[in-house]
Design a protein around this ligand. Sequence first.
Ligand code: NAP
Length: 290
Amino acid sequence: MKDTLHMNTMLIGLLGHPIKQTYSPFIYNMAFDINKLDFIYLPFDVPASNLRNAIKGIIALGIAGFNVTIPHKVNIMQLLNNVSEDAAVVGAVNTVVNDQGKLSGYNSDVYGILKSLEKYKNVLIGQEMTVLGAGGGARAVVYTLIRYFKPAKINLINRTEQKAEALKTYFSEKMKFDDFKCYELFPPNLVEILQNSKLIVNATPVGMFPESDDAIISIEKSFHKEQIVFDLVYNPTKTKLINIAAKQGADVINGLPMLVNQASKSFELWTGETMPVESITRSLELFIGH
Ligand code: NAP
């Protein structure tokens, strides 16, 4: 962490409410240090009713940029001058650049997801895929899959089936993709759906610390060795789902590459520099510690 602040130290903020445990200050402040950039990253607890005022303050103070998290990812869009194509179609912004009072919004989660799946791109294209969850993370995943992996079919499984249906309707309209099948957790044919899926993504918080003994799927023979299982949860780094899927032979990806790579895209937007992704990932693994 920075020990000296200067007249021209650049501030980057995180706006959310409530600001729960976040690794963002750890990631960015370390990256600023490594790259010897005179920047500092600070979280601000901003309730929804105060977002507009917070944005006015950011412009007045010349704050260089900021991340937004729950509950601002959608509402921020109406306060921006520009929104990137990815962010507009996903329907959420998580990164904003302030260029002398002109605010541009981006969704760096899409890049984080794409980088996490990069090495599997060729085997995933055109395949059947399953996404568990229908919240903000699932929305970015579904967009990325449709846009970059041209799935044969996406199974959307969610605790509240109407939310899966709403996601389906949204993307059918926005992206002209209709090959969705929606289910409520847990459909009777769950194992069959999973077995037929080349990629299975957990976009629910199930298994997240401190409920690390939970797994959204813990049934025998759900996974096999021709599959990729991607768990968005990054704390713990080896979730119970990751352990079960690996034991059943699947290739597994945890939430860390998404977390660090989405941060690297935001870092680049604010600083114009490349974030040291590998050393940040190693430090984060040590910091999370399990
Ligand atoms: P969110 O918008 O609140 O959505 C949560 C989703 O999970 C909803 O669909 C919800 O179902 C479902 N859910 C919640 N609790 C559940 C439970 N006990 N059993 C079954 N389903 C449950 O959250 P989010 O932002 O998408 O985040 C989801 C997870 O992804 C979190 O663990 C988050 O840390 C992780 N994430 C990681 C990254 C990364 O960079 N690696 C990025 C984004 C998110 P209902 O619709 O029924 O409420």
